[in-house]
Design a protein around this ligand. Structure first.
Ligand SMILES: Cc1ncc(COP(=O)(O)O)c(C=O)c1O
Length: 318
């Protein structure tokens, strides 16, 4: 499995030997192992806010202090500023089709982030769950591909393209770090399921992954375009959004704050489950995360139309 993965990562311009890779039970476990096994209690973790729902709680439950930085344009300045006044142990990044915003860092932004972190000796965890799911043009190389100093720990997963239930993810980085994480993994669960690893190895070695990923991309692209049309039809007067170039998500920004608990209840009664902004960023009352990856297009059209009506009604009352 590790040999196949080492080969697979070359497509992303990442050159790591099999012994510099640890197979994990999904990439969430990679985060847990890093948080629990590498970080000292009380150390500070910087991250781009909003952030993947499981990322900040994992760091916090390992006893670290988390500091969310906002607006990717200013993130390198914020890192500089933060490190002038205090220490930080690492920066957690999700630069390609970010969950929940769908944003992507371009090559110059990646180079600048990496140069800043390396200049300040700040290691990076790069969480690259969505890299293969580009819809228009392939993304720039991962930070890990640009990393000549070995300061990036690179996490990935097959949950988004093959199967989330298989629980196969990985972390790649300097061998001493990987060996330490492997010890923690051994103490946690003795290793990832052999059957899952066998399936994942076959997925790569037979080349099926290439065909299936292409099929997923074209289905996702169709879904994204339809959902963008529904948004144009129902949300133009009340919200703004960016067209995602890949991944699963659209980060919808309402012109005004919304009473999120009331909206959640109202939507829930109509069979619509919402992902409000505040589950990705404390005190966020202006955003909703829309995923075009799972529900049927009929459900999406119904849900978005109803939601827009509810939001307009709630805003009239305010
Ligand atoms: C950014 C990001 N990282 C990691 C994960 C975890 O994926 P898994 O543990 O299934 O590999 C997810 C899943 O939603 C995600 O969006």
């Amino acid at each position: 499995m590790r040999q196949q993965l080492s080969h697979f990562l070359k497509n992303r311009d990442i050159h790591v030997s099999p012994s510099a890779i640890l197979i994990t039970s999904g990439s969430l476990q990679a985060l847990q192992l890093i948080a629990g096994g590498l970080l000292a209690k009380g150390s500070t973790i910087l991250y781009e806010s909003p952030s993947y729902i499981q990322s900040v709680p994992v760091f916090e439950s390992a006893g670290t202090v988390t500091v969310g930085l906002t607006g990717k344009d200013a993130i390198t300045q914020q890192i500089h500023k933060h490190l002038r006044t205090s220490d930080a142990a690492l920066f957690y990044a999700n630069p390609t089709f970010h969950n929940p915003t769908g944003r992507i860092w371009d090559l110059a932004e990646r180079q600048q982030l990496l140069a800043t972190c390396q200049q300040l000796s700040l290691p990076i965890i790069e969480d690259d769950a969505y890299y293969d799911l580009w819809l228009d043009t392939p993304p720039p190389p991962p930070l890990k591909a640009l990393d000549s100093q070995g300061t990036v720990l690179y996490m990935g997963t097959f949950s988004k393209s093959m199967s989330p239930g298989l629980r196969i993810g990985w972390v790649a980085g300097p061998e001493p770090v990987i060996n330490r994480l492997a010890d923690s993994k051994m103490q946690t669960d003795y290793g990832a399921s052999s059957i899952s690893q066998y399936v994942a190895e076959q997925w790569l070695s037979t080349g099926i992954n290439v065909q299936v990923t292409e099929r997923i991309r074209s289905a996702l692209k169709e879904r994204r375009d339809k959902v963008l049309r529904y948004l144009d039809a129902y949300f133009t007067p009340i919200a703004t959004w960016e067209r995602p170039a890949g991944g699963f998500y659209i980060w919808l920004k309402m012109h005004q704050s919304i009473p999120i608990n009331t909206l959640f209840e109202k939507a829930f009664q109509q069979g619509i489950l919402l992902n409000p902004g505040q589950i990705y960023e404390r005190n966020n009352t202006q955003h909703l995360r829309i995923s075009y990856a799972y529900a049927s297009m009929d459900q999406m059209q119904y849900g978005l139309k109803k939601l827009a009506e509810f939001i307009r009604d709630l805003q009239k009352i305010l």
